[in-house]
Structure formats: C-alpha cells, structure tokens
Write a protein that binds this ligand. Structure first.
Ligand code: BTN
Length: 232
C-alpha cells in the first residue's frame, strides 16, 4: 500500500533525500517546504512554503518491468487525481509534466537507486500567480490559479496517492498497458511541432514501450529520453 509508513518534516532540502534503502516499498516522505527541491535534468524545483503537495515514494519494481516507465505511470496517476480534485481535464506532457488548461501544475522525478526507484511528485496547489516561477519553459500554473479555490494540500496528496497505488499495482501486473490508454487520451504533445535529440518533427503519440513517437522528414523515430522543446 503506497503511503505507509510516512515521514513528514516541516522543511527539508528535498524529500528525495528522506528515503533510503531500508525503507519498505510504499513508504513516503512529505514536507511543507523544500530548500533544494530537485527537478528533472538537474533543474531546481522551487515552491513557496506551504503551497504545494510534495512527496517522495519508495518503490521496488519487480524484475521484468522497466523502471523507466514509472515516470509515465506516475504522470497518469497525477493527471487522474487532479481531474478527480478539480473536475478539469488534465494533460500529460511526455514524459513527466502534468498540465491543466495548458499550464504545468505538477512534475515528476524518478530516481533509480539500485533496485529501488524514489519517485518524487510535486503539485502546485495553492500558489497565487505571483508565487509561480517566471522563467519556466512550460507556463507554470497551480490548482488555485486555475479556478481560484484554495485547497487542503492533504486532500490533494491523498487523491494522488490513491490513484498511484492503483495504477502502480496494475503496472506491476501488466506493464505499461495499464496506463497506455489514459496517457494517449491526455497526450499534450500529439500533433505539436517539437525539437528533440532526434531533430525537428511532429509528436505522434506514445508507443507501447512509453517512448515518444516523432514524425520527422526521415521517418518516424521513437524518443526514449531527453529534452522536448515545443517549436512555436
Ligand atoms: C520536474 O518537473 O522537473 C520534476 C519535479 C519533481 C519535484 C518533486 S517535489 C517532491 C520531490 N522532491 C524533490 O526534490 N523533487 C520531487
């Protein structure tokens, strides 16, 4: 069961540092504020104190599953949870961003440590417009900026953990097929012009292995990782 045991601290550098090899699968670490929050590709994850749902989860994927797929499993879980909470359709920007109304409201960081994955999730819940970062690549948002409602962060966390618990169990059973349809219906990039390590092209969906398909002049390529820039 994801969510037990739970360690909560008022402040820390990063919840990713609060879980170690002795923690059982499903253990979580939460905080009200990170002083050195980590984003993907070495970026910082910055939030005003007391505004966000910030959690790291200890997972031990079974052999035979690709741990790299857990970013997508978590993205689908967060998207579904935010739909539960807001009633607004969410989108997933491959591989790890969750958007509401075209603005990034949540990010996911999966760190592989031996046979474990520490899965970090940050959701912007109660930030005002002024509290959102200004220099982000994808326009940042929060649930509050979306609909003006100030929410209990614990409620948002509970919704995320509930969806993650179910999707992770399904993924353990059947692999990425457990979330493929949910992702496809919420694929933000599909049809947009993107620049990837494979060059320029048009995003054309997510394949069975969780790779981003990009239609280029030289044919369709499957991108497994790296930076995806939108081309205006
Ligand atoms: C990204 O969008 O680049 C990923 C952001 C992940 C942020 C979360 S907040 C909880 C956990 N602790 C961290 O330091 N990072 C993740």
């Amino acid at each position: 069961m994801i969510g037990e045991p739970r360690t909560h601290v008022a402040e820390c550098e990063s919840t990713q540092l609060l879980l170690g090899p002795d923690d059982p699968e499903g253990a979580i670490a939460t905080t009200d504020h990170q002083t050195a929050g980590r984003g993907r590709l070495g970026r910082a994850w910055i939030e005003a104190p007391g505004t966000s749902a910030l959690v790291s989860v200890q997972l031990r994927p079974p052999s035979g599953r690709r741990a790299s797929e857990l970013s997508l499993v978590a993205a689908a879980a967060v998207a579904l949870a935010l739909e539960d909470v807001t009633g607004t359709a969410a989108q997933v920007k491959w591989p790890n961003d969750v958007l509401l109304a075209g603005r990034k409201v949540a990010g996911i960081l999966a760190e592989l440590r031996g046979g474990s994955v520490v899965l970090g999730i940050g959701v912007n819940v109660n930030q005002t417009e002024e509290q959102l970062p200004r220099d982000a690549k994808v326009p940042p948002g929060s649930l509050r900026a979306l609909d003006g409602v100030e929410r209990d962060r614990e409620g948002v966390l509970a919704a995320v953990l509930h969806r993650l618990d179910r999707l992770y169990a399904a993924w353990r059973e059947v692999g990425l097929a457990a979330v493929h349809a949910d992702l496809g219906e919420r694929d933000y990039l599909r049809g947009l012009q993107v620049r990837t390590d494979a060059g320029l092209g048009v995003a054309a969906g997510i394949d069975d292995a969780g790779r981003l398909l990009v239609r280029t002049d030289g044919g369709t390529v499957a991108v497994a990782s790296g930076e995806i820039d939108l081309v205006p």
